[in-house]
Design a protein around this ligand. Structure first.
Ligand code: MAN
Length: 161
């Protein structure tokens, strides 16, 4: 009887986890679901920057000063990009792009909590192209991913978001 009770309780909590996951926003037609649990990163100066899809962004010190949270995934927006095309294709270009918002990261000394805007552009593979700090503790990532390509149903339309 006890064993059956334990079994029920672990199954109930597994079900609750699955229901929570189903309620989470994985983007138009769930295009980000395949990226769940995956991360991309790049080195810039004294830091390694990491984006874990629909989860978190992190600034990692290469000098052993530890990790700093740059925000937790909050929502998917759309914004207009207006950049020159790059020769290597690794840029946002012009047009509406999905922007993933990561908020409420580690507090900034004398400032707000860190946050990150993650701009997406269509690319053959998942790649963190560049990271900048547009103002103190407000970060911007530019990321290529097949999940942002227009041939995916609804990926180009604002209405579906
Ligand atoms: C650290 C890093 C920087 C940030 C400053 C703010 O050095 O997180 O990106 O600008 O703290 O004090």
């Amino acid at each position: 009887m006890e064993a059956a009770k334990n079994d029920l309780s672990s199954k109930t909590s597994a079900l609750e986890q699955e229901e929570k996951d189903l309620a989470k926003d994985y983007g138009p037609d769930g295009i980000f679901r395949a990226l769940k649990g995956k991360c991309v990163s790049t080195d810039v100066g004294e830091y390694e920057y990491e984006l874990c899809w629909l989860d978190r962004t992190t600034q990692k010190s290469k000098k052993g000063h530890g990790n700093t949270s740059m925000g937790n995934f909050e929502r998917i927006d759309k914004e207009l990009a207006d950049e020159e095309e790059r020769a290597d294709g690794k840029g946002l270009g012009k047009g509406h792009r999905m922007v993933l918002r990561y908020e409420n990261g580690q507090g900034c000394w004398n400032g707000p909590n860190r946050r990150t805007d993650v701009w997406l552009a269509c690319a053959e593979k998942d790649e963190l192209w560049r990271v900048s700090e547009s103002e103190k503790c407000v970060y911007r990532m530019e990321v290529g991913t097949p999940a942002a390509c227009d041939n995916l149903p609804n990926a180009g339309g604002k209405d579906e978001l």
